[in-house]
Write a protein that binds this ligand. Structure first.
Ligand code: F0G
Length: 360
């Protein structure tokens, strides 16, 4: 039996991994919602779908406090903003960063403004930013326009930018890689994740490398990042002026951490490729039906990429593969409803009617 006292209090990622947070001022008041310690869930049915022969674990970041991986970086950014006495925190966002910033700013008692591409934010994310009390600015433009403006606004005194161009965001997010290694007792052979602004692939690679440098792990994974075909600047080697994809979270044409992503791929002998919206939507359904995990469309990009690579024989037999599922499916109910046009059967409340309808 597992002793019940393993249900001990979790302090959040900064406190738990404090020795890897050299930037964190001693005595700083940590702004946390106890993010992190997310499940690493085996996915045998997806492996079978991909043809078998390897092990797959899904890092389910949807169960963070605001239902995405952004909370790992936001605890760091908001802790720093508070320590510096910032008056206003701002970010550009495709939705999740704004939800997370709004929540952590509320907790820290800081004013928060979010710049969003008008009409391109999934419903749940917008509801979150509104509920947590952010000041919402909807721009006639895309994420890249918003980020350009945020960089400019960030030069004003008292303004703290909490996008991943703020280096402590990456520091917080590297804890995802630490947790994977801590749970598995080793580094995976491959790590898969979606790529948008490219902060997370940069952060995971830093995390895997730091554990390796400290001798906690003895190997490094190959980093495999996936962009959506209509928003694949890194794959195409040029900024995309009008990025398009159903996966609005990664609808980004000029990623801020472009060089971080290419360094991760080069150093790890990994890859960044693109998958089409059709591949994304197919994988989106599979993750939910085969593994019981409801994620937002962006998370399906690396799953689609893994399926393709496995079928091409590019995942050697016996490999240990991990994949980050970055955000919750409930954030984007519109896409879920559009993809599942199954009408409920409306019946009179009788057992016979139900059995007949089920053909059981
Ligand atoms: N998955 C989800 C669910 C995201 O929200 C994002 C980015 C990514 C993947 C890509 O991560 O940018 O580090 O490469 N969302 C940002 C936002 C851009 O504003 O919420 P990345």
């Amino acid at each position: 039996m597992i002793p019940r006292n393993t249900l001990s209090a979790w302090p959040g990622v900064l406190e738990f991994y404090r020795e890897y947070m050299s930037w964190l001022p001693a005595g700083a008041q940590i702004v946390t919602l106890q993010e992190g310690k997310t499940p690493l869930i085996p996915a045998p049915r997806l492996v079978a779908e991909a043809g078998g022969g390897f092990e797959l674990y899904l890092k389910y970041e949807a169960v963070n406090p605001t239902a995405s991986f952004k909370d790992r970086g936001m605890t760091a950014a908001m802790t720093q903003a508070l320590a510096r006495g910032s008056k206003l925190v701002i970010c550009a966002s495709t939705g999740n960063t704004s939800a997370s910033a709004a929540a952590y700013a509320g907790r820290a008692g800081l004013r928060c403004a979010v710049l969003l591409p008008h009409g391109k934010i999934a419903l749940g994310k917008l509801a979150q930013a509104r509920m947590y009390g952010a000041e919402i600015i909807a721009l006639r433009g895309n994420f890249d326009d918003a980020l350009r403006l945020v960089r400019e606004l960030g030069t004003r005194p008292g303004v703290e930018v909490v996008n991943s161009i703020n280096p402590v965001r990456i520091e917080g997010q590297k804890t995802g890689a630490f947790e994977i290694c801590d749970v598995l007792g080793r580094a995976p052979d491959f790590h898969f994740l979606p790529v948008g602004n490219a902060g997370n692939i940069t952060a995971y690679w830093r995390g895997f490398r730091e554990y390796h440098q400290h001798g906690i792990t003895t190997s490094l994974p190959r980093m495999c990042g996936f962009q959506a075909a209509g928003s694949a600047p890194i794959v195409e080697g040029r900024p995309i002026l009008d990025p398009q994809t159903i996966a609005t979270a990664i609808r980004i044409g000029n990623p801020a951490s472009w060089s971080g992503a290419t360094t991760a791929v080069e150093e790890s002998q990994g890859l960044i490729e693109s998958v089409t919206d059709d591949e994304i939507l197919h994988a989106y359904g599979l993750i939910a039906r085969l593994e019981g995990l409801f994620v937002e469309p962006a998370c399906a990009a690396p799953v689609a990429g893994l399926l393709r690579m496995a079928r091409k024989g590019l995942i050697p037999k016996g490999s240990l593969v991990t994949l980050t599922l970055t955000g919750h499916g409930l954030k984007d109910p519109d896409t879920a409803m559009d993809q599942t046009k199954v009408d409920a059967k409306v019946l009179d409340p009788h057992v016979d009617a139900i059995l007949e309808s089920l053909g059981f």
